[in-house]
Write a protein that binds this ligand. Structure first.
Ligand code: GYE
Length: 306
């Protein structure tokens, strides 16, 4: 380490930039791909990465951030598990002069000087895209459409926003009824469990909207277990487009996937280098994303990176 006499940040082994990254957990295929992207791009950008996995618990993330502050890393990046409750620890980082970059998920702090930039998807838009597909799919029908929703982790930005964007679009037509909506915590196991409960309580379900592929994949097991055909008896829309989701889409078990890219690593390393140098960066960097039908999934699968 070769920090200046003024107590400025310690440098990595050969003067490399040191990043402390507080990851959410390992809850989904998306998260696994995201972690890999961050680790690999740190390597190729010559960034020394300190990595922690919070197992979807905010208290663990706060502990990790405090330890990065104590270690005087050059920059802290994290994907906040939930939106609220970050002001205190972010103020601590600011007082220690350590810049913070939000990746993937947002915080609801009013004081936006607590972080330098936010890199990630527009989750409201993702929810809207899911809703628009549904409106198009049922445009010739006047019958009521019963929808069940599997929400992501309670209080997380993607759960809040994917719900809001979808509701905004489908609430414009009263034939769409969201008859049940519950958290499946972004995991397969929970997605299956909650879908089983939905199926028991509701004899007529036309559509499942799941906030990620993993919950949708768990729900497919529940639907098949109940003797129904996923993709036919119950239409399924999910978000992410990770490999297993795309395979289920190509196989006809999912009907539509809204893409959410986990490959944030290269842009994150780029932004980190800039903020550490004190260069100006945009306050918001939005990831570019598309959508996939069953046909498009078949085309895309062979060359998909994750
Ligand atoms: O969609 C889900 C993951 O924050 C965008 O978190 C991310 C979400 C992603 O668990 O699969």
């Amino acid at each position: 380490a070769c920090g200046g006499g003024d107590g400025s940040a310690a440098k990595g082994g050969d003067g490399a930039l040191v990043m402390g990254f507080a990851q959410v957990g390992a809850e989904s295929g998306w998260r696994t791909a995201n972690t890999k992207s961050v680790q690999e791009s740190a390597k190729s950008a010559g960034v020394e990465l300190k990595f922690s996995d919070a197992q979807q618990k905010q208290e663990n993330q706060i502990k990790a951030i405090r330890s990065y502050i104590q270690q005087k890393v050059d920059v802290i990046a994290f994907s906040p598990v939930v939106e609220s409750g970050w002001d205190t620890v972010l103020k601590e980082a600011k007082e220690a002069n350590i810049p913070v970059i939000l990746t993937d998920r947002a915080v609801d702090s009013k004081d936006t000087s607590l972080y330098k930039t936010f890199l990630g998807s527009d989750f409201i838009e993702e929810g809207r895209k899911a809703g628009k597909w549904l409106v198009e799919e049922y445009k010739d029908s006047k019958d009521p459409v019963n929808i069940v929703e599997l929400q992501g982790t309670t209080g997380s930005a993607p759960a809040n926003d994917r719900k809001a964007g979808f509701a905004e679009v489908v609430s414009a037509d009263s034939k769409f009824n969201v008859i049940a909506s519950q958290s499946g915590d972004f995991t397969r196991a929970k997605g299956k469990e909650v879908m089983e409960a939905f199926l028991k309580a509701n004899p007529k379900i036309d559509v499942l909207y799941a906030h990620n592929d993993d919950m949708g994949l768990g729900a497919i097991e529940a639907i098949e277990g109940a003797g129904k055909v996923p993709g036919k008896d119950i239409k399924i829309i999910t978000v992410d487009a990770v490999h297993d989701g795309m395979q289920a889409l190509a196989d006809g078990k999912i009907n539509y996937i809204v893409e959410c890219s986990p490959l944030l690593g290269p842009q994150l390393m780029d932004l980190a280098k800039k903020v550490v140098k004190g260069e100006q960066v945009p306050a918001r960097v939005v990831t570019e994303e598309t959508t996939f039908t069953q046909e498009q999934a078949k085309q895309a699968l062979p060359t998909r990176q994750y």
